[in-house]
Design a protein around this ligand. Sequence first.
Ligand code: SF4
Length: 366
Amino acid sequence: MKPTKMSSAEEITAEVSEGIQQDLLTWYDTAKRDLPWRQNQDPYRIWVSEIMLQQTRVDTVIPYFENFLSQFPTLEALASASDGEVVKAWEGLGYYSRVRNLHTAVKEVMAEYGGVVPQELPAISKLKGVGPYTAGAILSIAYNKSIPAVDGNVMRVFTRLFALYDDIAKVSTRKKIEQLVAQVIPSERAGDFNQAVMELGAMICTPSSPQCLLCPVQAYCRGFAHNVERDLPVKKKAKPPVHVSVVMVWLTRGDQILIEKRPDTGLLAGMWGLPTIERQEGEVAEATLARALSEWGLEAVISGVKGQFEHVFSHRRWMSTVVAATPQVEQSYPSRWMWVTKERLLEYAYPKVYQKAFQVMGINRK
Ligand code: SF4
């Protein structure tokens, strides 16, 4: 039988709250993974790890985190690095606005807070890219403040624990869960508690196969008691990605290749790539390039399609065709374009979609 909905006003009893705290923390003390950002409570390290972990798995993040911290071991080092160096160190992790926001925010911490990550919620929440989850994670883990840090793992665990059928895609549900976490989070070990819930979500209360028999908080779990844990959380399906056909231009001149710095806003903002044009309905790829060359006022001989591939972003799916062309005359090019030799091509930072285009052209990162 489906349990009744819990209202946002419902309170967790002190007995349940203390039981969850104790059992979860005891489990965390022995079961927690030894992760590089758990070596100390440096707020800068925790900040970097939390930004990297958004949308990205722990296993993927570990080598990036270690490399990033060896290049930029302190907040000062990151603040004084160039945009190009910072984006290059992030290359391959995707969602590049994360690192741009982080870079902007650490510069602000240097300028406004003397290089010390703010310890108060209103101040830290004003930093670029620091949303409610990241603010809660930094303040609780680095400064042991009793502030919830509700990410996808925490939402899954809490909707199951309290048998909540609210749609977790809604902001109101996250707020409701924050209120519940606030009732359970212990003041003496706030950071460990937040991490313990996340760890439980990652290791035991996993999306498709929760291991309830091994779960330290099974005794308090309404989802388990009503045998509905696999129905939770409820999440309304996101819209499927929009299909867009694009042509990527492989323009060469001797041993040089033309690359483009993408616009400062929008998809893949400010990243290097190949000039990319949307194909019109029913248009063959060579015709798309011919149309674009004419719009750009450029002359080039189109030598043909070199390959095709797909790439899925969060809201878009690019069906990409790489088309090669060679300019025949001296001419001036758009200001965001740059010729680079084949040897130096990979010195710049490219999002995955353009690395795939390079693979089509036989150029692979070693
Ligand atoms: Fe998740 Fe099962 Fe533990 Fe409940 S008992 S919190 S559903 S693993």
